[in-house]
Ligand binder design. Structure first.
Ligand code: P71
Length: 461
């Protein structure tokens, strides 16, 4: 008999009570929040699937390592512990901590932009990466394989670069104008979808041919390595660490939000393979921006927790359960006919709101309508990843139309059980069954940049 799920390879030592307020109270709270779940207080949320970023549970090894954090301003022992772990995993020569992923981005990306009019090319830039590319005066272009926009089509590596699009773009923009190629692993924006090792190697080969640097945006690199280990024929006998090392061999720079596969509540990383000049430039820029290079905006205890968390996240038993939780929720939804990005990715189930609510046009935010209804149904907080998040064209101010209107049910690490996920599935299925009754939204208040965090909405009649 096949097992229904992978039994968690941990037990629970500390608990945090959850409280579910009444349906009537949820309707009121959502109204007060301007129909924007970012504005809800977490105490009014029963199950919080807003993000997997910094929301996971640490192990007792991490908690005890925190007690040994060396809080020296310079030359902290905890830094050297972290440096050793990162060097072992990546094989890179230089390691700098950062306060989180965007901290790492704000240091490295400006160093790679030598003059105005340059470009970064990625399978898909994550929002903060795109923001730092633009702040540095460059432009961000995406060349992910079109398969990732066909949510029903099974593809083992929906995060892959379209190599033809990539090469055409390099030739079109001229190689000397490409500041870097960013491999986002897994590809968060389109479903936590993995990139194959073969694809990463092909990108690296092309980048070397044209003399372009490659960067791994590896917030979820361990989840990516796990998918490679189970889906890529040539890698099935390799360990997760061996696969991760081969992934890092495909790049020159590693940027990481350690709040994901670093299994910490706060932290980030920069690692550089061998470019000493780039390392020195980053180190210099670190001081006014993130902090002295041996702490990078973190406490010594945070560095210790990260050193341990990075290693735990590479454990194949941990990963098998982690990926299976997401698969389980996805399978339950699919069995009820709910359209989702298939197969499920590493950190979240992405529900296809465009398919679920075809009666709501993109400029009335169909996925936001589902997110809000899910909160009313069960006190569950998900996040819209669609036209609402995408925003307006910076030049024309026209509302952009997202390729996909997604509802992201993001699963924090080691935090919820299969029972919680059953509850989430039941609630979303109930919303699915009354999907025809959902209404679109319009703005009451719309901030100019990153509007989705603080916007105020109202439902349309
Ligand atoms: C996620 C986040 C966190 C987030 C960020 C912005 C808006 C809403 C939520 C952060 C990532 C990421 C990738 C691939 C860099 C960052 C920035 N993701 N790269 O998905 O997914 O890291 O948050 O530590 O600064 O909820 P940071």
């Amino acid at each position: 008999m096949s097992k229904a799920y992978v039994v968690p390879p941990f037990k629970i030592k500390m608990v945090e009570p959850l409280r579910k307020i009444s349906r009537k109270a949820r309707i009121q709270k959502l109204k007060e929040a301007g129909y924007n779940p970012f504005a809800l207080r977490s105490e009014d949320v029963f199950i919080d699937l807003l993000t997997d970023s910094g929301t996971g549970a640490m192990s007792h090894f991490q908690w005890s390592a925190m007690m040994q954090g060396d809080e020296s301003y310079a030359g902290s022992r905890s830094y050297y512990h972290l440096e050793k772990v990162v060097k072992d995993i990546t094989g890179y020569a230089y390691v700098l901590p950062a306060h989180q992923g965007r901290g790492a981005e704000q240091i490295v990306i400006p160093q790679l932009v030598q003059r105005p009019g340059m470009f970064f090319i990625s399978n898909m830039h994550f929002d903060t990466t795109r923001a730092h590319v633009e702040l540095a005066g460059a432009r961000a272009l995406d060349v992910v394989d079109d398969d990732c926009f066909d949510t029903e089509k099974y593809c083992p590596f929906k995060g892959n670069f379209d190599l033809v699009k990539l090469e055409n773009l390099i030739k079109d923009k001229q190689p000397e104008n490409i500041a870097g190629i960013i491999m986002t692993v897994t590809n968060n924006s389109a479903g936590g979808q993995p990139v194959s090792l073969a694809n990463m190697c092909a990108v690296k080969k092309m980048a070397d041919h044209y003399g372009i640097k490659t960067i791994i945006d590896g917030a979820r690199y361990a989840e990516n390595a796990y998918f490679i280990s189970v889906r890529e024929e040539t890698c099935k006998t390799m360990t997760i660490r061996q696969i991760a090392r081969q992934m890092f061999d495909c790049a020159d720079i590693f940027l990481m939000s350690a709040k994901k596969d670093g299994l910490v509540n706060i932290g980030g990383l920069i690692a550089i393979k061998d470019d000493e000049q780039l390392f020195k430039a980053c180190r210099t820029y670190m001081v006014p921006m993130e902090g002295f290079p041996t702490y990078g905006g973190l406490a010594g205890r945070d560095l210790e927790a990260m050193a341990i968390g990075l290693q735990e996240a590479l454990d194949k038993h941990y990963l098998a359960h982690r990926i299976d939780e997401v698969r389980y929720l996805g399978d339950r939804l699919r069995a009820a006919g709910v359209p989702i990005q298939h197969p499920t990715g590493g950190h979240a189930v992405f529900v296809d709101g465009g398919k679920m609510c075809p009666h709501i046009p993109y400029h009335q935010f169909p996925a936001q309508a589902v997110v809000n209804e899910l909160y009313i149904e069960g006190g569950i907080r998900a996040v819209e990843i669609g036209s609402m998040m995408l925003g307006r064209d910076p030049d024309t101010r026209a509302q952009l139309k997202s390729h996909l209107e997604l509802i992201r049910l993001t699963i924090p690490r080691r935090t919820y059980t299969y029972t919680h996920l059953d509850f989430v599935a039941d609630c979303l299925i109930a919303v699915y069954q009354r999907r025809h009754t959902l209404k679109g939204y319009t703005f009451v208040y719309e901030p100019e940049v990153l509007r989705h965090f603080t916007a105020v909405l109202k439902p349309l009649e």
